[in-house]
Design a protein around this ligand. Structure first.
Ligand code: SF4
Length: 79
């Protein structure tokens, strides 16, 4: 997580269930989204999402430290 941004457990994010791409297990080291590359999320295959933007994404994959281990399509079924 980039320095200066509140993490998942930070009080500033209480009541906000959005996540950053930087908190997603599908963000590759080169900045590309692996879920997009697998065509699980519709976007250009070379899509490089903004890593710090809070969002709700059907392809979201929680990392081990995330207190909510549901994938995006279960967290936000309306997407
Ligand atoms: S699956 Fe969604 S939340 Fe995860 S890196 Fe890709 S665009 Fe971001």
């Amino acid at each position: 997580m980039p320095a200066g941004l509140p993490g998942i457990g930070d009080p500033e994010r209480r009541g906000d269930n959005r996540r950053r791409c930087a908190e997603c297990g599908n963000l590759a080291g080169n900045g590309r989204c692996l879920a997009v590359a697998r065509r699980e999320v519709v976007a250009s295959r070379t899509y490089a999402p903004a890593p710090d933007w809070l969002r709700r994404c059907e392809g979201f994959k929680p990392q081990p430290g995330d207190p909510d281990q549901r994938p995006g399509r279960d967290r936000w079924p309306g997407l």
